[in-house]
Design a binder for this molecule. Structure first.
Ligand code: GMT
Length: 377
């Protein structure tokens, strides 16, 4: 099939999922066309089967906010014609589903171009729920030829907020070959020169991720157990980084909290981690948790949103109440100071990730949705 995919090409989880989906689809023989304003970060090398079509948004003095959605719709129509697209797959409803709807309408005189919308999180729980976006979000989701959500939680929220029930849950996925623990003594030595234990955090450092909770946790671990030598590795970048650096300084822990920025191969870093912290205020899935599990890393996550569908309390990590630093520190010490438990939880996480979220299991679900919307019109 010829599949057009639109994502936000930033460091966000929906962009990663859409990009990796494209790569998996290409590996299965489809032709994938990414349509966005920039090349998505995790897109594999471009080839005959994976192409990128840039949306040109130009600045004009009249526009305080250049109308990206209109430029996107126009570009989709152009690509649909040139590349004979069979289906469009829009990741994150706003404004992608509305742009796809426009493109489908514009393209109707040529042929019907079905579009699938995948809901990822704040497009439903935050942004889409705002009164300025709610009507158009509801409309464009309802107009989609198929709608998928990445967790049961998000499907339920879609119903609660928009009254839309025709949503199929297709969870996020991992490629078990790419995401596996590969020992890397050199990297481990670099991050833990004195043989420290490594706690890791991976995100785009937005307020919803509650970055300061990671720093508070390290301080609390130190306060409780000064014998445990631990470093915190903060992977990613975003608006909360400066504040977190300030907090680490405030605690006198600047040497123990490493901000490594965006790393090109996150599996490499996760492979040397002993524990992943996901203290988010909200996660409709928590992709970083799944990636960590695939690399045999136990996860401590807040008991919110879709995280309980990924982290099984006591099996592959722990779920904790939001902001409960004391409990996060207690559970961290438990995991870091008990090698047997840590390795067992790591193995359980890997087994769970492979059994439930493997590409072999998840990608065919998307293929079936594409086939269905294609055959229906
Ligand atoms: O909804 C968002 O905040 C944006 C989105 C993104 O692009 O980062 O994140 C969501 O999608 C990810 C991939 O499906 C999920 O793993 C994240 O849990 C989810 N984020 C939130 O729900 C806050």
């Amino acid at each position: 099939m010829n599949i057009g995919i639109t994502v936000f090409p930033t460091y966000g989880g929906s962009g990663i999922v859409g990009s990796e989906l494209g790569r998996e689809l290409a590996a299965r023989g489809h032709s994938v066309h990414f349509i966005s304003y920039a090349l998505p970060t995790r897109v594999c090398p471009l080839s005959d089967r994976v192409q990128f079509h840039q949306v040109d948004v130009f600045d004009y003095p009249l526009f305080e906010f250049p109308p990206y959605d209109l430029a996107l719709a126009s570009k989709i129509v152009e690509v649909a014609e040139a590349e004979k697209l069979d289906v469009l797959h829009m990741h994150y409803a706003i404004p992608h589903a509305a742009a796809a709807y426009l493109a489908r309408e514009m393209f109707k005189p040529v042929r019907y171009l079905p579009f699938v919308t995948t809901l990822h999180g704040t497009d439903i729980t935050l942004v889409g729920a705002r009164s300025s976006f709610l009507p158009i979000t509801r409309f464009s989701i309802a107009q989609s030829d198929a709608v998928t959500a990445i967790s049961d939680y998000l499907a339920a929220e879609t119903y609660n907020t928009f009254g839309l029930s025709n949503v199929e849950v297709i969870p996020n996925f991992i490629n078990a070959e790419d995401y596996q623990r590969r020992e890397n003594p050199e990297l481990r030595k670099r991050l833990a020169p004195e043989g420290e234990m490594l706690i890791m955090h991976v995100s785009n450092f937005r307020p919803v991720k509650r970055i300061p909770d990671c720093i508070h946790t390290l301080a609390e671990i130190r306060r409780r157990n000064s014998d445990l030598s631990v470093r915190l590795i903060m992977c990613g970048d975003g608006p909360e980084r400066e504040r977190a650096e300030g907090l680490a300084n405030h605690y006198g822990m600047a040497d123990s909290v490493l901000f490594v920025g965006q790393v090109p191969n996150i599996a490499e870093y996760l492979s040397v981690a002993d524990l992943l912290l996901v203290p988010s205020e909200m996660e409709s899935f928590g992709l970083a948790a799944l990636e960590a599990m695939a690399c045999e890393v136990p996860v401590i996550a807040t008991d919110v949103g879709g995280l309980p569908e990924v982290v099984i309390n006591g099996q592959n990590g722990y779920l904790v109440p939001l902001g409960d630093i004391s409990l996060i520190a207690e559970r961290s010490i438990e995991i870091l100071s008990d090698n047997e438990k840590r390795h067992r939880m790591g193995r359980n996480g890997r087994a769970w990730a492979v059994e439930r979220f493997n590409t072999e299991k998840v990608i065919p679900q998307y293929e079936r949705v594409y086939e269905k919307v294609k055959s229906e019109k």
